[in-house]
Ligand binder design. Structure first.
Ligand code: ADP
Ligand code: ADP
Length: 225
């Protein structure tokens, strides 16, 4: 019921690049991997799902919400972790998370304090909450990005190439964090790293040059590569 349905989505940029060709996917709640090489169309699809750009054609539904035509409603239940989480180096983790919580519409201070504390603990940043983000490592920034993306308990969480800049230890911590996220929401992880998908996801698709090549369970898909 709360899954994501993508039907015949196409996108061509002004420079003539056809980034998505007639993409259709059925994405159930849980962790879903979108695997493909650089330039495959992953970010284009992720930005489209995140209501940051519109497809030229096609339909996208989150449950019964129309992602293309009900952007405001979708944004209230959406978490988006972009490739590079742009941070405000002079703010502390605690301050900035509180600020994003206000933007998410969590206006009650006590609720906000409880919400941000829970997220800082979940992302293992509670001990670092007073530190300025400018001093955070890549992995800490990514985990902070997860805390921001999880504000308001999104039904749809979009994570675009999250492990690209992480060292191996940070990568493992980050993937463990993602694997703890609820089974009730749709979590889409885009990556060019096979192991990100095979270690974490229950379902996956492979995309190349804007075409979906394969939808499968990771074991089957990886075996066929
Ligand atoms: P990725 O790491 O997902 O391949 P890119 O490096 O291709 O991302 O893109 C980074 C940013 O530059 C994105 O915001 C994307 O929209 C933009 N971009 C990528 N390719 C082009 C292009 N050919 N023309 C204009 N903008 C582009
Ligand atoms: P991926 O995330 O898989 O690397 P992208 O969605 O970033 O793929 O890019 C898919 C294709 O679209 C690439 O050829 C890229 O150069 C092109 N592209 C991406 N963003 C833009 C943009 N804003 N303008 C023009 N071309 C773009």
């Amino acid at each position: 019921p709360g899954g994501l349905t993508i039907r015949n989505v196409s996108k061509r940029y002004a420079n003539g690049v056809q980034a998505l060709h007639n993409v259709s996917l059925d994405i159930p709640p849980g962790m879903y991997g979108l695997l493909g090489p650089n330039g495959a169309g992953k970010s284009t699809l992720m930005r489209t799902l995140a209501t940051l750009q519109e497809p030229d054609a096609g339909h996208i539904f989150l449950g019964d919400l129309d992602v293309v035509n009900q952007k405001e409603a979708v944004r209230q239940t959406l978490g988006y972790l972009p490739q590079e989480f742009g941070v405000y180096p002079k703010a502390s983790a605690e301050e900035l998370l509180d600020y994003f919580a206000v933007l998410k519409g969590i206006t009650n201070r006590a609720v906000r304090r409880a919400t941000t504390e829970a997220l800082l603990r979940q992302t293992n940043l509670w001990d670092k909450r007073k530190q300025k983000l400018g001093g955070f490592s890549g992995g800490m920034k990514q985990r902070f990005g997860v805390a921001v993306a999880l504000l308001g308990n999104p039904r749809l969480l979009i994570v675009d190439e999250p492990t690209a800049g992480l060292d191996p230890a940070e990568r493992v911590r980050f993937l463990n964090l993602l694997s703890e996220l609820g089974e009730n929401s749709v979590v889409i992880l885009s990556t060019h790293i096979v192991e990100d998908v095979s270690e974490l996801c229950t379902n996956m698709a492979i995309i190349n040059q804007g075409h979906i090549l394969l939808e499968a369970e990771p074991q089957q898909a990886v075996a066929s590569l």
